[in-house]
Design a protein. Sequence first.
Length: 468
Amino acid sequence: MSKGTLFDKVWDLHTVGKLPSGQTQLLIGLHLIHEVTSPQAFAMLRERGLKVLFPERTVATVDHIVPTTNQARPFADTLAEEMMQALEQNCQENGITFYNIGSGNQGIVHVIAPEQGLTQPGMTIACGDSHTSTHGAFGAIAFGIGTSQVRDVLASQTLALSKLKVRKIEVNGTLKPGVYAKDVILHIIRTLGVKGGVGYAYEFAGTTFAQMSMEERMTVCNMAIEGGARCGYINPDQVTYEYLKGRDFAPKGADWDKAVAWWESIKSDADAEYDDVVVFDAADIPPTVTWGITPGQGIGIDQSVPSPQQLPQDDRQIAEEAYRYMDLAPGQPIQGTKIDVCFIGSCTNGRISDLREAAKVAKGRHVAAGIKAFVVPGSERVKQQAEAEGLDKIFTEAGFEWREPGCSMCLAMNPDKLQGQQISASSSNRNFKGRQGSASGRTLLMSPAMVAAAAVKGEVFDVRELLN
């Protein structure tokens, strides 16, 4: 095994060859597909008379377009129904495993693969979805890809990619109460910028990540892409192995011991060389909220919207655009900003631990008058577990709607959309203009616990005051 970073080791092990373009032809160990970016890819295969090369290495689910209220077929939205039928047909024709609604395994693609043990250390993973970086939490190298690349993986099980540089992002210390993994990644993106990671893979290291659960690590890696990095990963450790052991697709018996020994060998070496190293102190990270139109426009809950003079020259133009779009003024405190809609869910924060943290805030309280608040589990398994723990009751008694699994109002390719200029407190990953289904709708990103706090207060509120 060569010395170096996990990224280098996994890249080298999966290199099929060098292409004339200078790119690497990289073997993809696991290909995840869903209903939005796969229909055109299958159509392109048919046009060329090509078959799926390794159907057993592709796994499908449906997540982006599924309604989270009434899931009866055919869907009311005819386009959604067409996409659904195309996925069903493509999987059937090509012998691809498909986790459909009602299978017990359906959910957001980046939630179901880890919970079933499909995602494992040392893998290369691709999916036609930006937030594939999530799987890096396991020590995998995971890339979001476009539709033509989905075609390439289906046809050849490989991708043409340029090798990335590696930046080590170290965070050390213990997070203060009321500060979560979501705050950590929002703080990193705020500091390094939304373009800071372009050309890099981010290796998240340090004692803060070592203390995190797998689900918290997934939240961090999920948003590596929002900082411009092509992928983000954390070296596998005992936390990783304990999470994976006994899951559906995890190695069993003697194979388990062999797998763990191999996973240990691919970790970044102590003397690995990095292209860049950035260090943060966990004590400096507050509950963080975005105020603007990029995930990098974030501030601590007790801070005010920055003035252009406080920002680097390059960030001023987009700040001016954000003030206008968000209808927020420089110097305005973010706490107290009135909210219309509160959304807990998404591939960033729709896992069981996210719902537990939000339920702690909701318990014994009630959603403020005039606020629409809803909780969307990340998968059928998460929903079942939450209901077994009584979390659904806590939420419904507090006035939240309890929904079926799906991507929901993260990107609003389904009936869950903002209306007009509504402002949303959202546990999702993007706050771009129009992202949540209304061309003038406004999104404030925050942790699930902070969303629950906003729901009961009717405004952006410091969750620490409710946790004491």
